[in-house]
Design a protein around this ligand. Structure first.
Ligand SMILES: Cc1cc2nc3c(=O)[nH]c(=O)nc-3n(C[C@H](O)[C@H](O)[C@H](O)COP(=O)(O)OP(=O)(O)OC[C@H]3O[C@@H](n4cnc5c(N)ncnc54)[C@H](O)[C@@H]3O)c2cc1C
Length: 830
């Protein structure tokens, strides 16, 4: 057995096999794949093999798109038929709301060039008469996807991988990982059969690998333990049943008709496809339990759980309603297997937290669909340093150390149950909440706060009167909450508002090497002591990794504020970079102080008046004046008895301050500000209004406009990039060029809806880009959005169209910061 490789992939399911294949295809010629049992013996063998395009994310759509195209090429490459039945996929809607969900999805699909077609119930009936359609509103049909044989596609990828030099070792289990400073030493154990179980033998080998990828499927918890990290990848039971042949179906096919597409009755939580003259019914039912929270028992190999028919009775009856001829078909076979989940349903793909050259590809619930694309993009990330799509929404570090087994298990059950719920863009899921609350949570709740979830934190989305039901207010159009957000946004523009921004990520970086390090790590000029700057840390490929507001507290001491909820993601990148550079630049300390500091943002023309009421200063009248407290500076002030690190910036683009305070004093500060604000009509304001307001100022947001698929120059932020200095990613950024450009648009959309930031943009008949943010502008009285278009289109005054609800609506590219372009209100003196 080889004991030295460049990359070792652990796990021979669809995902691991695809990764090994793509690493070899990307040019790594020394790749080994390790499987503790047989290839496909995890969840892969019992998957139903459906390859749905449908999902609501830009990155995942790219991943699925790649898989579907790639699987079609495998037979030519390997001579093995992967059993890809391109029967299409028919997703039906029983309600108008469901159709609106499909329309939002379709607009996203178009941004990735994924083809689809609308069908009326009559058209469905005419083509597939066995389907009952009188209660349908319509359907969306993908002609180019279908289903595949999961084992065959894995074997085809394995053959392709071997042809490219990958060594596949079966019956070897990775049992321990040790990083020796340069490579991983992986202890692997020969597995043997005993009494039907697979158990470790005494034979062990140590394999040295420069890189390790884990794709261990249902064994993720064991893998996490061995690595000393946390992963919220825990399987949930998932069932499908295979029915005896349906005479009506057999007749239909005998008449020369083509196979039915995969039929998805989302409102009935089920999918159906043909199987040898009968049907397969799969369901996403409520109350499916999580399994293997503490690891997979030795006795569970390529096994299944007991079928629980009672749990899926409603969905079974609903299928008989949809396909009446299925009613008399007997049950031929059943599958109840573990399907790995994560709390948000997305897999965990990317660098492991805190570890070098350790890559995770875990938690796949649509692993057959995602395997191809995951292999392709992860190989890009590993071989080239970055992938062409932004993988942040899949990054394993989107969950932090606060995450526990109980949280992951309950949240994963919820994610499973939510597969077919209406995915309102303003959806908030209830499980495991509240969990991470700032001290003012109870006060905010008492004042009507409707909370959103950001990486565990509860953050007010908006405030509503007593008795208001957020769940019932959700919509693909303007939800019932819309007017409250409008009132809050107006309060900031015309009076004063108080926003809780405690979830911000905060780091303290200090020490003799800190200045040289941050100068290299970020692309803008570092601020002087007492001042702040907006800046970006880039990836090695020159794209945006993180946006920071940097406050220089002292000569070699900096306070870094970055996006709310992305603490582990930002921390990991920062710490690893410090570790790399400290030997050269000098000692640097880095502390994650996120949970030590609360943050309130006070904003609006009257914000100074409110603060003046409570500031303790020899001369309160001038303490907040432009002279003593200029824009883009930080001052340590005292508000009542609270020491506050006040920063004169406002993400809303209005006169304002961020008030960073010791978190244990938050309630005292809240009461103080609330009382002082009464006289000035101060309103509590949530994240939704803030999100609209920042678009009026063209402030880019992390995760939407800012990500690893665009450089800061493409985000059109040259004023924050100092080309006179050397910084990480500078050359790559220049070489990347400008492939797309960020613009702000004012939109004449429908009377009752705003874009959500996922819609496709057209210039005439040509697709030119996509929105990344959307909302309503109180300043302009119409919809607003930000997005990326082709550089030649990014010209102020250009008229575009936004696709919403399957119609094209007028939009115009406007000057950046259409509200107060000269920043007069932010800088106003007083
Ligand atoms: C009933 C059912 C139906 C499904 N239908 C679909 C579908 O239609 N479409 C779809 O896309 N997905 C479907 N899925 C989900 C799909 O099966 C999984 O997402 C997919 O198989 C995950 O692949 P994987 O490679 O990540 O994991 P697995 O297939 O579980 O592979 C992981 C492998 O790692 C090995 N391993 C673990 N630890 C070690 C170690 N320490 N050393 C060596 N080897 C190790 C295991 O033995 C295993 O073979 C379904 C799942 C179920 C349960």
């Amino acid at each position: 057995m080889k004991t030295q490789v460049k990359a070792l992939v652990v796990g021979g399911g669809a995902v691991g096999t695809s990764i090994a294949y793509h690493l070899a295809r990307a040019g790594w010629d020394d790749v080994m794949l390790l499987e503790r049992d047989e290839l496909t013996s995890g969840s892969t063998w019992h998957a139903a093999g459906l390859l749905p395009y449908f999902n609501m994310s830009f990155a995942t759509t790219h991943i699925h798109d790649y898989s579907i195209k790639f699987y079609k090429t495998l037979e030519e490459e390997t001579g093995l038929n992967a059993g890809f039945a391109v029967v299409g996929n028919l997703r039906m809607a029983q309600t108008n709301e469901r159709m609106e969900e499909y329309m939002l999805y379709a607009s996203t699909a178009e941004t990735c060039g994924v083809p689809y077609q609308w069908m009326t119930p009559d058209e469905v009936k005419a083509k597939w008469p066995l389907i009952r359609t009188e209660d349908l509103k319509g359907a969306i049909y993908h002609q180019t996807d279908g289903y595949i044989n999961p084992a065959d596609v894995t074997m085809a990828m394995a053959k392709g991988a071997r042809q490219r030099g990958v060594v596949i070792e079966r019956k070897w289990q990775a049992d321990a990982f040790h990083w020796n400073g340069e490579a991983w030493e992986v202890t692997v154990t020969k597995m043997v059969e005993k009494g039907g179980n697979l158990i470790p033998s005494d034979e062990q080998v140590v394999i040295t690998a420069e890189h390790v990828v884990t794709a261990s499927g249902n064994h993720a918890q064991r893998t996490a333990q061995m690595l000393g990290i946390k992963m919220p990848a825990i399987p949930v039971e998932h069932q499908f049943i295979v029915m005896d042949s349906d005479p009506e179906l057999v007749k239909f096919r005998a008449e020369g008709n083509v196979e039915h597409p995969v039929i998805r009755d989302a409102d009935a939580q089920s999918y159906v496809r043909e199987e040898r003259g009968g049907w397969i019914l799969g369901v996403y039912e409520p109350n499916a339990p999580a399994r293997f929270e503490y690891g997979v028992p030795d006795s569970f190999r390529a096994d299944l759980f007991q079928l629980d028919l009672d749990r899926i009775e409603d969905q079974y009856m609903a299928m008989n309603h949809r396909i009446p001829s299925a009613e008399d078909c007997g049950l031929k076979d059943d599958f109840n297997g573990p399907i790995c989940y994560t709390p948000d349903g997305n897999p965990l793909v990317g660098p492991a937290p805190g570890l070098r050259n350790m890559w995770l590809a875990e938690g796949f619930s649509f692993g057959i669909t995602a395997a191809g694309g995951t292999g392709y993009y992860l190989a890009q990330l590993m071989v080239e340093g970055e992938a062409e799509i932004d993988m942040a929404s899949l990054d394993p570090k989107r969950y932090g150390d606060w995450m526990t087994t109980e949280f992951a298990a309950r949240k994963n059950e919820e994610a499973y149950e939510h597969v077919y719920i209406l995915h309102h863009p303003d959806e908030e899921r209830p499980a495991c909440r509240p969990l991470r609350t700032s001290p003012a949570y109870d006060r905010q709740a008492a004042r009507g706060a409707q909370f959103g979830w950001t990486n565990g934190w509860e953050r007010p989305n908006y405030y509503a009167p007593e008795g208001f039901n957020d769940h019932e207010s959700r919509s693909f159009r303007r939800g019932g909450w819309w007017q409250y957000a409008v009132d809050e946004a107006k309060a900031v523009r015309e009076g004063v508002g108080l926003i809780d921004a405690t979830a911000f990520t905060k780091h303290l970086v200090k020490g003799p090497g800190a200045t040289a390090f941050l100068d290299w790590f970020t692309c803008n000029k570092l601020p002087n002591v007492g001042r702040i700057n907006l800046t970006y840390a880039l990836t090695g490929a020159g794209t945006t990794r993180t946006e920071y507001t940097i406050v220089r507290l002292a000569q070699d001491e900096y306070y870094l504020v970055s996006a709310g909820g992305w603490t582990a993601y930002d921390s990991d990148y920062l710490r690893k970079a410090i570790e790399d550079k400290a030997p050269e630049l000098g000692y640097i300390e880095c502390h994650d102080v996120t949970t030590q500091w609360g943050v309130f943002a006070i904003a609006g023309p009257k914000s100074r008046d409110v603060l003046r009421e409570v500031i303790k200063d020899a001369n309160p009248d001038t303490a907040l004046s432009n002279k003593r407290f200029p824009w883009l500076t930080m001052r340590n002030i005292e508000l009542g008895m609270v020491p506050v690190r006040a920063i004169r910036v406002a993400y809303t683009g209005e006169l304002g301050w961020e008030l960073h305070h010791p978190i244990e004093m938050q309630n005292h500060l809240f009461d103080l500000l609330e009382k002082a604000g009464e006289k000035h009509g101060m309103k509590l304001v949530g994240a939704r209004a803030q999100n609209w307001l920042r678009q009026e100022k063209s402030y880019r947001a992390f995760g939407t406009e800012l990500g690893r698929d665009a450089t800061p120059l493409e985000a059109d932020l040259p004023r924050f990039v100092n080309m006179d200095k050397d910084f990480h990613g500078k050359q790559a950024m220049a070489e990347h060029g400008i492939k797309a450009k960020c613009v702000t648009l004012l939109i004449d959309g429908p009377d009752d809806a705003d874009p959500w930031g996922r819609e496709v943009l057209y210039h005439g008949d040509t697709r030119v880009g996509r929105l990344t943010s959307g909302g309503y502008s109180v300043a302009f009285g119409k919809s607003i959005g930000m997005g990326y278009v082709k550089p030649e289109t990014a010209v102020v005054g250009t008229k575009l169209k936004v696709k919403m609800f399957d119609q094209l609506w007028d939009a115009e590219i406007v000057e950046d910061s259409p509200y107060d372009p000269k920043n007069a209100t932010i800088r106003v003196d007083g």
